[in-house]
Design a protein around this ligand. Structure first.
Ligand code: SAH
Length: 252
């Protein structure tokens, strides 16, 4: 069968234990070489067959899996971050269904979680935003018109923008068409959790220029919103006056 596994954002120790155990017994690994840390391959047995999917088409990936299946071997399909985000797993799974090949899916730490951790930030601050919009600019993959960045930006919620590091002038212009002001806090996180990680704090009005100065043109996330600012409300959950299922309210 095929095990889809999320590799995490980069650092080799940010894969899940379940993912690691699958790598340790893998007979074949097809990994997304553009963003999966090759150090993860060291967890695999010496005789494991390894393919880099960055150099392969969907058909070639499926052909390797079919060859493995024919000899009774399992394949680990290793995707960057968590495979449910921009992972192109659905098309693989549909072809596997057609061919009667079984599969399962092990989640990973998405880069949007890695980026927040790198900044020690909380996306959902009380009194600031309770929603996270995960999106991207249209590139070679189109984005539906009703999902334009400016439309999401109109909500003023926390935003995490993937796959757009080469389009930052456009990102900035779209964000300013929505509810964000020039001085809304923003950050650019390059290769979160990799040794070469870069964290750039800026504002919506300076996203493109800040990335240029830092030399960031790819493998980055743009984070936007008041959660990167200084103001928020304390949580109700840990408020002494607030009772929960697990804790009585303190008498005042
Ligand atoms: N499934 C992946 C996303 C794959 S799309 C996940 O869950 O993270 C590839 C895009 O993800 C990159 O263009 C970049 O925007 C982002 N990305 C992936 N790894 C990253 C990292 N370590 N730091 C910052 N951005 C990253």
């Amino acid at each position: 069968m095929v095990h889809f596994v999320g590799a995490g954002p980069g650092a080799a120790d940010l894969i899940t234990l379940r993912g690691l155990r699958m790598l340790e017994v893998a007979e074949c690994i097809i990994y997304a070489g553009s963003l999966v840390n090759p150090a993860l391959l060291a967890y695999a047995p010496k005789d494991c067959e390894v393919h880099n999917s960055a150099e392969m088409t969907l058909e070639e990936v499926i052909a390797v899996i079919e060859r493995m299946e024919a000899s009774g071997k399992d394949t680990v399909r290793l995707h960057t971050g968590d495979a449910s985000l921009y992972g192109a797993i659905r098309e693989q799974m549909d072809l596997l269904d057609e061919k009667g090949i079984r599969y399962d899916d092990t989640p990973g730490v998405s880069s949007f979680c890695g980026a927040a951790a790198a900044l020690c930030a909380e996306y959902t601050l009380p009194g600031v935003s309770q929603s996270v919009v995960i999106t991207r600019m249209a590139g070679r993959t189109p984005v539906p018109e009703k999902e334009r960045l400016a439309g999401f930006a109109a909500h003023g919620a926390t935003m995490v923008i993937f796959l757009s590091a080469s389009l930052l002038e456009e990102v900035q212009a779209e964000l300013l068409c929505g509810a964000y002001a020039e001085d809304t806090p923003a950050a650019i996180v390059y290769k979160a959790s990799w040794p070469e990680e870069k964290l750039v704090r800026c504002t919506v009005g300076t996203i493109a220029e800040s990335a240029r100065q830092a030399g960031i043109t790819k493998t980055a996330l743009v984070l936007v919103g008041g959660f990167l600012g200084d103001h928020y409300e304390r949580s109700k959950l840990y408020d002494p006056a607030f009772a929960t299922e697990f804790r009585k309210a303190a008498r005042t």
